[in-house]
Write a protein that binds this ligand. Structure first.
Ligand code: ADP
Ligand code: MG
Length: 311
């Protein structure tokens, strides 16, 4: 059964907007959010398009959850405290079962990140989801890409390459065992934005970025913003047991270095700062530019929507 635009908004998206910072949520022309004295707003928007960011067979709940995680990951990378989000949803049709499942995934993410849904937009067209996130930062402190110093250590959270492994599975080029497959699909469909870690790193890390396009590309952004070279030791990259089951060391390394969508944090710490739990030191910063991982890179360093053309 299909539903009209206004009953759709009311039924599926109007009651996920409660939160400490929320003065006014869905229903008016704007939402109103409250900041504590001296705080600043951090904001970012992220779009996920069917067939580009996720395969067409992805379940509606997973589409919702991974869209929010991708956007929330940018708050994590800044060390921001989540205040709320708006969701612009473009749908081919307003189908009740699809919307019910999508809403469930959205509600999971709202709960997981304490990120109330305070507004949005609903339009008709090929499926895409844009999530704008709003977070709070203290007056004098933020995690930025620039700021690392030569000699600082480079860390990542979690494990790398899992989403790329899952994508290979979804595209039919790899079939791991059932338990490993389940883990990897969960990493692709339900990635975790590292909000708690980001807030823990505020005031400790000298630079940070989240890994959305691939380690080589994203660490390259950090290197450029810090006017340094990043040195990565491929032997140190944290690989999940599920990904290790792929066997071929070269493929695993390629996924870990260039696979997108892991939404882990990559950050720099001075020598005297202890590693946070669940994080791995993978290299260091030195004078120079670019990313050096001690070997030739004969594959694309990560995902880019637009490539430079020869013409
Ligand atoms: P306007 O025309 O003033 O932009 P809309 O009719 O688009 O308002 O939306 C009505 C209300 O519903 C607004 O508060 C808007 O933020 C909210 N809204 C619309 N679509 C969504 C959605 N997909 N999720 C959450 N809130 C939504
Ligand atoms: Mg509108």
């Amino acid at each position: 059964m299909s539903v009209t635009e206004f009953s759709l908004i009311h039924r599926f998206f109007s009651d996920l907007g409660g939160g400490e910072a929320v003065e006014l949520a869905v229903g008016d022309d704007c939402a109103i959010l409250r900041l504590a004295a001296g705080e600043r707003i951090a904001t970012s928007v992220d779009t996920q398009v069917v067939g580009v960011h996720f395969p067409v067979q992805t379940s509606p709940g997973d589409v919702a959850f991974r869209s929010v995680s991708a956007a929330a990951s940018d708050l994590a990378a800044m060390g921001a405290r989540p205040l709320g989000m708006t969701v612009a949803l473009t749908l081919p049709e307003a189908e009740e079962r699809w919307l019910t499942a999508f809403r469930r995934g959205l509600a999971d993410a709202v709960g997981m990140y304490t990120l109330p849904l305070v507004g949005g937009d609903t339009t008709r067209g090929p499926l895409s989801v844009s999530v704008q996130v709003l977070g709070a930062l203290p007056a004098d402190c933020a995690l930025l890409r620039g700021g690392a110093q030569a000699g600082h250590a480079l860390y990542v959270s979690g494990t790398l390459g899992d989403a790329a492994g899952a994508l290979a599975m979804l595209q039919g080029s790899w079939q791991p065992g059932a338990i490993d497959a389940e883990f990897l699909l969960q990493r692709f469909n339900r990635p975790t934005a590292r909000i708690k870690l980001g807030r823990e790193l505020l005031g400790k890390a000298s630079a940070a970025i989240d890994l959305s396009d691939g380690l080589l590309i994203d660490a390259g952004h950090l290197a450029k913003a810090s006017s340094l070279r990043v040195h990565i030791d491929p032997q140190l990259l944290p690989i999940s047991p599920a990904l290790s089951s792929r066997g071929c060391r070269d493929t695993i390394l390629r996924w870990a270095l260039s696979g997108g969508d892991d939404y882990e944090l990559c950050f720099c710490l001075g020598e005297d700062v202890a590693s946070p739990v669940g994080c791995t030191r993978i290299g260091w910063l030195e004078s120079g530019e670019g990313v050096d991982c001690g070997r030739e890179i004969d594959f694309l360093p990560g995902y880019q929507h637009f490539q430079a053309s020869e013409a």
